[in-house]
Design a protein around this ligand. Structure first.
Ligand SMILES: NC(=O)c1ccc[n+]([C@@H]2O[C@H](COP(=O)([O-])OP(=O)(O)OC[C@H]3O[C@@H](n4cnc5c(N)ncnc54)[C@H](O)[C@@H]3O)[C@@H](O)[C@H]2O)c1
Length: 272
């Protein structure tokens, strides 16, 4: 059983590794004996995460400040990793833009009518261009000996956001916040990228699958949590560690016959 799920000696690149879920992926890889390579544009937290993980699991992981929207940086970093570790066995396309959508000048900028082309470009750049560039460079390196790519989509990659969840009392309809259009476009785009990559390097033994996680409970408004939970058959949001199992499964030999799968892990939300 241990062998089936083992990542012993596997070098796995994780984008957005300093974020909420990224840290969980990194921990899961280290727990299974793998060597996570942490990439993030936010170098502030990277060092402390890497130090802790190396100490806790007695491994030699590394963190790099990389803007995944910049091809030169991605290409250079890929060379650095290959020089140090000689190979790359896996990639988790996890990074995402998390912009604040403020109301100003009596406009809510999350709404489609007010959504700016610069927000569109920034979001798509991280979520889709970034995933494409990482797949192009780290994916090519993975194809030297085979391995696994995971794209982090969302339950909102397969269903529409229920905009009633984001409503705030006392605001007129045209000022109500919404889940931005880019979220749906990116998350369903990642499913397209998954299908494409799932067969692209098959001869080279590279598999690619997507996960579609539901929301993680953090410090959201209690009324938001309550409303969301009514739409989830299991009646609760996810704990941040609840995606580690599927990450291990998809990176390891346990999923050796899987490619192109889109896995919902959402307490049943997309079943209703
Ligand atoms: N948190 C949830 O409830 C949830 C639910 C479903 C799906 N997801 C998806 O999971 C993934 C991780 O979510 P999270 O909650 O950890 O988000 P997060 O905002 O905590 O982390 C995202 C990380 O990406 C990094 N990043 C942003 N732009 C970058 C760039 N250009 N180059 C490199 N790194 C960059 C950020 O610095 C941040 O550390 C995202 O794709 C998100 O859409 C999250």
């Amino acid at each position: 059983m241990n062998k089936l799920f083992s990542l012993k000696g596997k070098v796995i690149v994780v984008t957005g590794a300093a974020g909420l879920l990224g840290r969980q992926h990194v921990k899961a890889i280290a727990m299974a004996g793998g060597i996570p390579i942490l990439l993030d544009i936010n170098s502030f937290s990277l060092e402390s995460i890497v130090n802790k993980i190396n100490l806790d699991y007695k491994i030699e992981s590394n963190g790099y400040k990389v803007d995944i929207t910049n091809e030169k940086e991605v290409k250079k970093n890929c060379k650095v990793i290959l020089k140090k570790y000689r190979k790359i066995d896996g990639l988790i396309n996890n990074a995402a833009n998390n912009p604040k959508m403020e109301i100003s000048n009596n406009k809510n900028f999350s709404r489609l009518e007010n959504f700016s082309t610069s927000s569109w470009e920034n979001d798509i750049s991280v979520g889709l261009k970034g995933a494409f560039l990482c797949s192009k460079h780290y994916g090519k390196a993975i194809s030297n000996q085979g391995g696994s790519i995971i794209n982090v989509s969302s339950d909102l990659g397969v269903i529409a956001p229920d905009q009633r969840l984001y409503r705030k009392n006392g605001l007129k309809d045209d000022l109500q916040p919404v889940k931005p259009v880019t979220y749906s476009v990116i998350k369903s785009g990642l499913i397209g990228l998954t299908k494409y990559l799932s067969t692209y390097w098959l001869k080279e033994n590279v598999r690619c699958n997507a996960i579609c996680p539901g929301g993680i409970e953090t410090e959201q408004d209690p009324s938001f949590i309550q409303e969301l939970c009514k739409r989830i058959p299991m009646g609760r949001m996810a704990k941040k560690s609840e995606y580690q199992g599927v990450i291990l499964f998809l990176l390891s030999e346990a999923s050796s016959y899987m490619t192109g799968s889109i896995i919902n892990i959402d307490g049943g939300r997309t079943s209703w």
